[in-house]
Design a protein around this ligand. Structure first.
Ligand SMILES: NC(=O)c1ccc[n+]([C@@H]2O[C@H](COP(=O)([O-])OP(=O)(O)OC[C@H]3O[C@@H](n4cnc5c(N)ncnc54)[C@H](O)[C@@H]3O)[C@@H](O)[C@H]2O)c1
Ligand SMILES: CC(=O)N[C@@H]1[C@@H](OP(=O)(O)OP(=O)(O)OC[C@H]2O[C@@H](n3ccc(=O)[nH]c3=O)[C@H](O)[C@@H]2O)O[C@H](CO)[C@@H](O)[C@@H]1O
Length: 452
């Protein structure tokens, strides 16, 4: 299709969209496309997910606004899902890739899903189509790998000639994706100007947010990584500062609240570690990217990762210190983990720091309980999660706040003192007032807080 034909098909609503990967990001993306009036097919290898969606059950309960949009586009028959790429891709004009880009156990980024789908697109992509990669990838992956995979060796497809490829990196934040889709600017990069212009027209039609033109795909992907690695590093700085302040009797939260008054201080908070599918992975993507240019040691990013990955150990050290004060033997003790998701108020445990904390407690011979409002009556990390907070506290020798869900902010020290078997509280997110904790008779340790 020519640029003007794409424009006409957007306005007439005849443009056909296929979103490949309808997970946390891809499903809301597909629904937003459908909600803009464009018929959209969601493609996924997870047949249970596809069946669930086609039966009208929305899987992302923690994404406000989307259950309503989901019902609307299903009723309008603007959205369906399938596992069959051969049914979805040939009839689509625009293919959006929202595929996972995880890392392996050695922290090496894994782009196999994109490579596999790239080979399938070589087989099923219709001439004149546009491929838009929303997944978070290293700069250059499109230009140096994916483009050639889709082109293949039979000259059937040539990028810039009979198909276009570009990127619009994801910027949404789990738990508030709709809000972010309606608010946050999006980056657009492509292999040629025509594709760039078409992608901008499509995203302006669907998301109505500011679109920031980048000179090419790799620059757009570089911006995406830069912003998240910047965040990972800043958190590492505050985490290491927290260790120093603990020894010097300075309260990190008091420092941060005051520092926030400086106009150019961007506040970050200490914690049990940095989890999620973004920040840890994006830092290792950046490290991997640097290696391709001979920077075998992107030292500041690697140091930041080491600090953030050491925080679960620090939480365990705080527990050991508190147990030495309460003369509790960590072996055979029962420890309650409060909050197990990687960040507050969403149901997602990807790379959560709770996992290494739990594993280390088991190695020390402790019995671990989990209470998380998003995982009641579930089994996580081999543990049957608790469904009743009070009962869990009564059976526990210590409490570790790992993830500060909204509902934990009201926990009163006196209540904890009266319910815990022994009054030990490790607060990795500093949500409990340490003076109130002391006055209530708790043996309290907070990340970044000296002993009172
Ligand atoms: N989750 C976030 O907060 C977030 C934020 C910004 C960017 N991103 C990026 O967006 C991309 C997608 O992340 P996500 O969180 O939505 O992942 P996800 O795991 O929630 O969803 C990915 C989906 O792709 C499907 N899939 C995997 N291989 C497939 C294949 N070969 N064909 C079809 N479907 C396949 C999976 O079944 C899954 O449903 C990643 O690159 C991630 O880095 C995620
Ligand atoms: C599109 C995209 O890529 N969006 C990202 C997404 O990132 P995300 O979903 O991974 O969430 P994050 O908030 O970054 O948290 C990650 C981990 O870091 C811990 N943390 C956080 C802040 C802090 O001060 N101290 C901490 O210790 C926290 O507990 C958690 O484990 O949303 C962020 C806005 O929320 C965005 O900025 C960020 O670009």
């Amino acid at each position: 299709m020519s640029e003007s034909e794409f424009n006409n098909s957007i306005q007439s609503g005849s443009l056909k969209i296929c979103v490949i990967g309808i997970g946390r990001i891809g499903l809301p993306t597909a629904l937003s496309f459908a909600n803009s009036g464009l018929s959209t097919i969601g493609l996924d290898i997870n047949s249970e997910l596809v069946d669930m969606v086609n039966q009208g059950e929305f899987p992302l309960k923690d994404e406000p606004g989307y259950p309503t949009i989901f019902e609307k586009v299903l009723k309008e028959k603007k959205f369906t899902a399938t596992t069959k790429i051969q049914d979805a891709v040939p009839q689509s004009d625009v293919i959006v890739l929202s595929l996972p880009t995880p890392m392996d156990k050695q922290n090496v980024p894994n782009y196999d899903a994109l490579r596999l789908v790239g080979r399938q697109l070589h087989e099923f992509l219709s001439s004149g189509s546009i491929v838009i990669v929303e997944s978070t990838i290293e700069p250059g992956f499109i230009e140096n790998e994916l483009k050639s995979i889709i082109e293949g060796n039979d000259l059937k497809l040539t990028a810039g000639k009979n198909f276009g490829i570009g990127v619009c990196p994801e910027t949404a934040n789990p738990g508030q994706i709709l809000n972010d889709f309606e608010r946050l600017p999006r980056l657009v990069g492509a292999i040629d100007q025509r594709t760039h212009n078409i992608i901008k027209k499509i995203y302006k039609h669907v998301f109505t947010v500011d679109l920031i033109s980048m000179p090419d795909c790799k620059t757009a992907n570089a911006v995406k990584l830069t912003t998240n690695v910047f965040r990972d590093l800043n958190i590492a700085f505050i985490n290491e500062l927290a260790l120093i302040f603990e020894k010097s009797g300075i309260d990190i939260m008091t420092v941060l609240e005051a520092a926030k008054t400086k106009y150019n201080f961007q506040v970050h908070y200490p914690g049990a570690g940095v989890g999620g599918p973004c920040l840890p992975v994006n830092s290792y993507q950046m490290i991997n990217f640097a290696k391709t240019f001979g920077f075998d040691n992107f030292s500041i990013v690697e140091t930041g990762r080491r600090i953030n990955e050491s925080m679960p150990d620090h939480v365990i050290e705080l527990l050991k210190d508190a147990f030495s004060e309460s003369c509790t033997d960590i072996k055979q003790s029962t420890i309650l983990i409060l909050g197990v998701t990687y960040k507050p108020d969403i149901k997602d445990v990807q790379l959560t720091p709770a996992e290494p904390i739990i594993s280390k407690l088991h190695q020390l011979g402790s019995n671990v309980k989990i209470y998380d409002p998003y995982f009641k009556n579930s089994t996580l990390f081999g543990i049957n999660c608790e469904s009743n907070l009070v009962e869990s506290l009564k059976q526990s020798d210590a409490l570790i706040v790992v993830t500060a869900h909204k509902e934990f902010h009201d926990l009163e020290p006196a209540f904890l003192k009266s319910t815990l078997k022994s009054p030990v509280v490790i607060d990795s997110r500093c949500i409990i007032n340490q003076f109130d904790a002391k006055n209530a008779g708790l043996i309290y340790r907070g990340v970044g807080r000296g002993k009172l």
